[in-house]
Design a protein around this ligand. Sequence first.
Ligand SMILES: [Mn+2]
Length: 452
Amino acid sequence: MALTPSFDAAVHASRRARVLAALESEGDRVVALLPNAKVFARNHDVEHPYRSGSDFAWLTGFDEPESVAVLRTQGGSYELFNRPRNPEREQWDGLRAGLDGAKERFGAANARTIDSLDDGLVELLSNADVVAWPLGRDNGFDAKVLAALAKVRLKQRLKIDAPTRFLDLSCILHAMRWVKDAHEVALMRRAAEITAEGHIAAMRTAAPGLSEFHLEAALAHAFRRGGSRRDAYEPIVASGPNATILHYRENDRALAAGDLVLIDAGCELDFYASDVTRTFPVSATFTKAQAAIYELVLAAQAAAFEMVRPGVTLDDVHNASLKVIARGLLDIGILQGTVEEVIDKDLHKPFTVHRTSHWLGMDVHDAGIYYRRGEAVRLEEGCVLTVEPGLYFRPDDTRVDECWRGIGVRIEDDLRVTAAGYENLTAAIPKERADIEALRSDALASGGAAAR
Ligand SMILES: [Mn+2]
């Protein structure tokens, strides 16, 4: 109910201590306010499944809507505004931690009912010098803070100081979330293991005549069975020409012999995402053209992996992958010229479309900046990135020979940067062409038995 499954009070307390230390460098009367994510209506009176905001979950581990966390440098205190106990509402909607629970189980020094937030903000801003909150991310909350500020300013004749400096709390939290602590690494490793089970199950399930969504079901079954309560993002199960659509979501085409299937899916475990793509044939083997593209993407990924270590940038990782892609597109005759021309003139772009990496963590495209003052951020030990080169030839793309049209291949793994290089969290999912073909022919021979 109210707590994240892997909740560890000491972990969250130490994160709050780090945030408080950062706030203390801004002044001795700093108040930080963090509202949780809102509830979103799906249709009529049905809501989307609730998920706490990633910043909020990271800081508090408290998993209820209508809550606001407060940190104050004076006294180093942590408080919560949250929903009070209410037996009638709880019988309809589920149990609440209540104000006592917020203090006893979640370590809040004080808890107040969320209905008192407006008055509470006026009190919190009174005699504060600096107010930090995630500016510009929740218009309703921005308005509440500014309304409280206006009220505090009216009290200045009563010897009350009004805040004069405003900080974006998101910047502080996101810089910390970018580097994963031991608690987070353990969760991400486990999320990756569960995701591996899902991909292998889906790979074994494929057979001509099944729908893409039957593979989606195999993923979901393995994810839930492994302990993941939700996906990190909507799974992409794209067969045949659908694999050339980057964020294909329909997942309702019938698989046919000779198709490739591109699956981009990852489970979320206790707020931590995994993000993996594999591409495999519905038949037992890749066709010659599919194999040529597949081997090229795989080689590009291997070259990108080689780059990953502290001190390099995502641009370095991307460029290593791109060089292999450019060489390969020239070798198989899809492009003409030199590797330099292909890269400098972006001749590969119609077929590569996207870049190679993004940060991964609580959000599938995780917190963390990519550039600062025009300079690419350098990898540090403990940050997690994806490496996911791809090649996509639209079915109607007359710039390439007919044999390539309709082929889409992406291969994606999740890498944690270590002192010496990287740890591939998702290495257990078959990726070598021989391993995939062995798995596929075994699955077809056993009549998709793994699905039942
Ligand atoms: Mn990705």
